[in-house]
Design a protein around this ligand. Structure first.
Ligand SMILES: Cc1cc2nc3c(=O)[nH]c(=O)nc-3n(C[C@H](O)[C@H](O)[C@H](O)COP(=O)(O)OP(=O)(O)OC[C@H]3O[C@@H](n4cnc5c(N)ncnc54)[C@H](O)[C@@H]3O)c2cc1C
Length: 490
């Protein structure tokens, strides 16, 4: 087959760039790889006009995974600040849960330049300022990309044996995928997409209150009034520097505005959250040249499980284009790094075997689910449940129903099992706990339900099919289980 390239990757974010590197790394035959990004070289990986919108946090574990597999390393200035973990606070700030272990605050504007440097060393070729518009098809396979050269408006058209779509959450390529496939094209925007935004600020220290700012920890504040249907974050980028912002679910924001007679928008809520912070005083937008053009940015994040199928003939999706961010905290960099390594290996083998069929690429679905994705549906259910609760209920649940065992699970990024409301014997012999359950029976039942549902969804993911032929039957069982939860929390 004569094509311009072996593989075309669309999108120069962390998912696309690391996937391109991984294909090159695992290729035995020096595959020709082209990466298309709509930005100019100097703004590589920029998500939107407003900047490299991100909370900038990534766990050391995810970064180590990609670095060890690809033989690369990151350091300062792209790793801007080290943290010991992530702390989630209840709305009343009285309960905290630590999870995720060590991590870094990235400089998302500089990190892509380092990725670019590595990718070029791997032999990846680049087409900057190209906006990919549609996929080319031949005999039921994706065989290239057509788009526009943003520099002069001319048509860009390149063929390849396969195309990887890493063009982020608004992927037009996935929405208009022109071949038969199990890939879901559209996300449920009402339920599964969050509007998010953040500032990068420098400030003077006001009160000493580590529940609002702590240079050693990324703080997540659950607060349905300040961040309806979402959460807010205060991530340190130094002793006096912060990435601060929040995400909201649009319909929850509308409901909250109606309820309180307010007219808040994402921006006014972020401003209110900054003002509420007792530690941050006299804040101003970061003056660092490394942040210029990136001090206030907004964008959307998918917060459902990954697409239940991520491959088609000659086509695969990765990163936000595949809805990979974790439903509970919208962390999408970690999953995209794991997926990039797996996808790169699968694609290199498929292209070199001259078989880029859905069947040959299927292993990517299976391996990703086995290594990372198997918990995402249960987190999606937990996220939907949390969205139905008021601040008081969330604080109460975290105070009285969250056990040490749950905290250990959360630390390992696993779904909590809520044994305090789920273990008959424990409840029987603990009078205080019985009193709490009697006080909040609905809350206890809701937590019980999410824990049991989580167990069933994870066991269904363990049976994720080895081949596409078995997918429809598996998917039917999986969706029946999920829809029961969606109906309960709708
Ligand atoms: C405000 C906010 C805060 C977040 N905080 C965190 C956090 O703290 N930690 C975390 O892990 N995750 C966080 N996330 C999620 C994380 O940023 C994403 O999961 C991650 O960037 C996904 O990487 P990606 O490569 O899939 O997509 P993107 O980073 O979106 O990259 C896509 C690239 O493709 C380009 N592109 C898009 N369409 C086209 C096209 N048609 N043609 C050519 N190029 C195209 C874009 O310009 C961009 O360069 C946050 C997201 C937001 C919005």
């Amino acid at each position: 087959m004569q094509t311009d390239y072996d593989v075309i990757v669309v999108g120069g974010g962390p998912a696309g760039t690391h996937t391109a590197m991984a294909i090159a790394k695992y290729s035995q035959q020096n595959l020709r790889i082209l990466l298309i990004d709509r930005n100019p070289r100097a703004e590589y990986g920029k998500k939107t006009r407003s900047g490299w919108a991100c909370g900038d946090a990534v766990s050391k574990k995810s970064l180590d995974y990609v670095c060890e597999n690809l033989g690369i390393s990151y350091s300062s200035p792209e790793l801007e600040h080290h943290v010991d973990g992530v702390v989630v606070y209840s709305p009343d700030h009285e309960v905290k849960v630590l999870f995720d272990g060590e991590g870094y605050l990235l400089n998302r504007k500089i990190w892509p330049q380092k990725q670019l440097e590595y990718a070029e060393k791997f032999g990846v070729e680049f087409a900057f300022q190209v906006d990919a518009k549609r996929l080319l098809v031949e005999d039921g396979f994706i065989r290239g990309v057509e788009g526009i050269n943003l520099r002069d408006g001319s048509v860009f058209r390149k063929t390849a044996k396969m195309v990887i779509d890493a063009s982020g959450s608004a992927s037009v390529l996935r929405i208009h995928l022109p071949i038969k496939s199990w890939i879901e094209r559209n996300i449920d925007k009402d339920n599964d997409m969050e509007s998010t935004g953040r500032y990068i600020l420098e400030f003077e220290i006001g009160e000493d209150d580590p529940t609002w700012f702590d240079p050693r920890y990324c703080l997540i504040h659950l607060d349905q009034y300040l961040a309806p249907g979402g959460y807010s974050w205060t991530f340190p980028k130094g002793e006096n520097k912060v990435n601060i912002g929040l995400g909201v679910q649009k319909k929850s924001l509308d409901r909250r505005n109606r309820m309180f007679g307010k007219d808040d928008t994402l921006r006014t809520l972020i401003d209110e959250y900054v003002r509420a912070n007792r530690v941050i005083r006299n804040a101003r937008l970061s003056q660092s040249p490394l942040d210029s053009g990136n001090t206030y940015a907004t964008w959307q994040v998918p917060v459902r499980r990954q697409n239940d199928c991520m491959v088609a003939n000659g086509y695969a999706i990765v990163g936000d284009a595949a809805w990979m961010p974790r439903p509970i905290d919208a962390g999408g960099i970690g999953p995209s790094l794991y997926a990039s390594v797996i996808l790169g290996r699968v694609v290199a083998e498929a292209v070199e075997a001259n078989d880029v069929s859905e069947e040959m690429l299927w292993r990517y679905n299976k391996e990703y689910v086995d290594i990372y994705g198997y918990q995402m549906a249960s987190f999606e259910v937990l996220r939907r449940y949390l969205q139905t609760l008021t601040n008081d209920k969330i604080s109460y649940g975290m105070k009285y129903f969250l056990s040490q065992d749950d905290i250990e699970h959360i630390k390992r990024r696993e779904h909590p099992k809520f044994p305090r409301v789920n273990n008959f014997l424990r409840v029987l012999f603990d009078g205080e706990l019985r009193r709490r359950i009697r006080e909040e029976p609905q809350l206890a039942r809701g937590l019980q339900f999410t824990a049991n549902k989580s167990r069933r969804l994870i066991s269904l993911y363990k049976e994720y099919p080895e081949s596409s032929a078995k997918f429809p039957e598996w998917h039917k069982r999986f969706m029946a289980e999920l829809e029961e939860a969606f109906n309960r929390f709708s």
